[in-house]
Design a protein around this ligand. Structure first.
Ligand code: ASP
Ligand code: MG
Length: 425
């Protein structure tokens, strides 16, 4: 008998029929003798719809109220799933984040889990229930509802798996695992059977949307094995776990991110304290900064470039306007048509020459690099957004990641995938 946490994303619970097949899937597991805690996301695009409703009344909703609103999405899917399981003759009990004992800090809309008191969940399991938990939400010590950031149900699932000592945390989604790159960009993308926490973290941080990066951090810290797999088939997906460097591929995957913009401050005085001042102002307004490059100085003036999420631009340009005046900087320019391409692989540590090869491949394809940043297992470059696909395709081939067969699933809609899975049963 195993204790399994099964997390179902929005697409898997998008309507009544899908919820019924999720119920079937859970029941099969239970009938095989396992105990199950299911964690659910909101149905389909419900979270986006709730955000849109808030935006009908204000551009700037108070974050506390936003969390009260958004947590409603998961409360709907958890109760409907419990009803579907009940209708099939099994016992299920659903719990909100607060009822499940998930205590967070007060960082509304991106709260962090501080502690989980899983006693109610454990008791419900002992009583023979299939336990269902609303993803993406928790509660502060003071009793206020919080949410864990978009995609946060993954984190709920992993945190609960850690708290109850589950054997595995299965994340069911609409793709059948983690791919070497996004199959929509490169149909030669290959499914990865096993990947280390470190590599998965770098990929998730670099724009690969499969798992929320905080969930991977949590899994690494508590040694939770994640099995990322399709809700529409029984095929094994990708295991995210401890993998020794010896066993790692040189390059595991390529991620891209086109949600950032590049800002360049021109003609800034090249003297101590300028960078400190710039970035403390930027961080005060809560904008993230990713890559930073300072160019060589001429006549005591230098250029300072950095990347920041495009959504933070309105706030960032406001401070830059003020800084141009205060610092005596000449001007600033914003380039929104950039893409970040990241090559990730733990084998980089022991194989020199990866960066050189990456840059030559890009050069051969007339792709210009404007910024570079690295970690021990990642190399990221900023290029022209128009060349994103070309860059991913040529790097994917050059680093031997191509699959022998083309990814066909991209041709199928989720409905067709579901139908295919139904037949396969
Ligand atoms: N429903 C939330 C979202 O759409 C959380 C999640 O699905 O993981 O971001
Ligand atoms: Mg997700």
């Amino acid at each position: 008998m195993s204790l399994i946490v099964m997390k179902f994303g929005g697409t898997s619970v998008a309507n009544g029929d899908r919820i019924k097949s999720v119920a079937d899937r859970i029941i099969r597991q239970v009938e095989a003798g396992d105990k199950v805690i299911a964690v659910v996301s909101a149905m389909g695009k419900m979270t986006d719809d709730l955000v849109a409703i808030a935006n009908q009344v204000t551009d700037n909703p108070p974050s506390r109220e936003m969390d009260v609103l958004l947590s409603a999405g998961e409360q709907i899917s958890m109760s409907i799933l419990a009803m579907a399981i009940d209708a099939k003759g099994h016992v299920a009990k659903s719990f909100t984040g607060a009822q499940a004992g998930i205590i967070t800090d007060g960082g509304y809309t991106k709260a962090r889990i501080e502690q989980i008191d899983a006693s109610r969940l454990k008791e419900a399991l002992r009583e023979g229930n299939i336990v269902i938990v609303a993803g993406f939400q928790g509660v502060t010590k003071e009793g206020d509802i919080t949410t864990l950031g978009r995609g946060g149900s993954d984190t709920t699932a992993v945190a609960i798996a850690a708290a109850v000592g589950a054997d595995v945390c299965e994340i069911y989604t609409d793709v059948d695992g983690v791919y070497t790159t996004d199959p929509r960009i490169d149909p030669k993308a290959r499914k990865i059977d096993e990947i280390s926490y470190e590599e998965m973290l770098e990929l998730a941080d670099s724009g690969a949307g499969v798992l929320q990066s905080r969930s991977v951090e949590f899994a690494r810290n508590f040694g939770v094995v994640i099995h990322c797999r399709s809700a529409f088939s029984d095929e094994p997906g990708t295991l995210v776990k401890e993998v020794s460097d010896m066993e790692s591929a040189v390059i595991s995957g390529i991620a891209y991110d086109d949600s950032e913009a590049k800002v360049t401050l021109r003609g800034v005085p090249d003297q101590p304290g300028i960078a400190a001042m710039t970035f403390s102002k930027v961080s005060e307004i809560g904008a993230n900064v990713d890559m930073i490059v300072q160019n060589k100085s001429e006549n005591g003036l230098t250029d300072l470039s950095f990347t920041t999420p495009s959504k933070d631009l309105p706030k960032v340009t406001e401070i830059l306007d003020a800084m141009v005046k205060d610092l005596g900087a000449r001007s600033y320019v914003v380039d929104e048509s950039i893409a970040k391409i990241s090559l990730v692989g733990a084998g980089m540590k022991s194989h020199p020459g990866v960066a050189a090869k990456m840059f030559s491949v890009l050069a051969e394809n007339q792709i210009n690099i404007s910024l570079i940043s690295t970690s021990p297992i990642r190399i990221s470059v900023i290029i022209d957004g128009e060349q994103k696909e070309l860059a991913v395709n040529c790097l994917h081939t050059a680093f031997d990641l191509d699959s022998d067969s083309l990814f066909e699933e991209t041709q199928l809609s989720s409905e067709e995938l579901a139908a295919k899975a139904q037949k396969g049963r």
